[in-house]
Design a protein around this ligand. Sequence first.
Ligand code: COA
Length: 257
Amino acid sequence: MIENSIPEIVAERREGVLLLRIERPDKKNALTQAMYTALTAALDAAERDPAVRVVVLTGSGDSFTSGNDIADFLAAPPTGEGSPVFRFLAALRQFAKPLVAAVNGVAVGIGVTLLLHCELVYARAGARLQLPFVNLGLCPEAGSSLLLPRLLGYPRAAELLLLGEPFSAEQALEWGLINGVGADAGTTLALALDKAQRLAAQPAEAVRLTKALLKRAEADAIRETVDLEGGYFIAQLASPEARAALQAFATRRKPGG
Ligand code: COA
């Protein structure tokens, strides 16, 4: 039985599919340490529960997730592999059952890099995606410095990671980063759930073996990359350039505010 441990992470069972919804819409679903911990616990429980065949990740309001909570990065930055964000990345990387994402809106930072660990990804038309690690004085994480160039080619990956400019769901589809685009958030979730139900109806052991085989060739390289990126990321978080950029976001004034 998978329980909702905190209100910001809502788990809902739909037959063989577990839907995990990020519910912090007033902060664009920015992920706090407690939210990473709840997501990790939900993935661990889903892994152990034979009744769960597929996990679907989605957001709420107009956002999938705006990435790591920036106030958290300043107040309680991750310090090593035991930190909630790195434990979440390890759980995601090692998850043996299919992962499907329904990107209902804005996806930033880890909101994009986590998609690289999903089998199927659907996004709402016009959804805005962004990898602003360098803009924030940080570096890529979640194995994205390895996975993005392999998936998109070096020039495009370098552009997305070094300039950190937003791109659209439609561009992501054209580049092969995602599987499909839904007209609106509801259609996108329906599309993701339909594919998830179909996956859940496939023979479970054959699905597990096929996912393991699909991942096998790159598994060691991804683990190594995640560790290497993690070390640089932690060091950069303490750097003057990152602290200045993160402070600028945390203390910014909105136009008219
Ligand atoms: N961490 C903490 N708070 C965040 C956040 C984040 N990653 N993303 C958004 N928020 C908060 C904003 O501070 C704001 O809070 P407030 O209403 O108390 O001021 C609220 O969510 C709404 O965000 P806002 O920026 O007003 O919405 P927007 O529609 O203009 O822009 C984003 C949405 C996601 C494009 C923008 O918020 C953004 O760029 N966020 C930072 C994303 C980021 O850099 N993540 C880290 C990657 S490593």
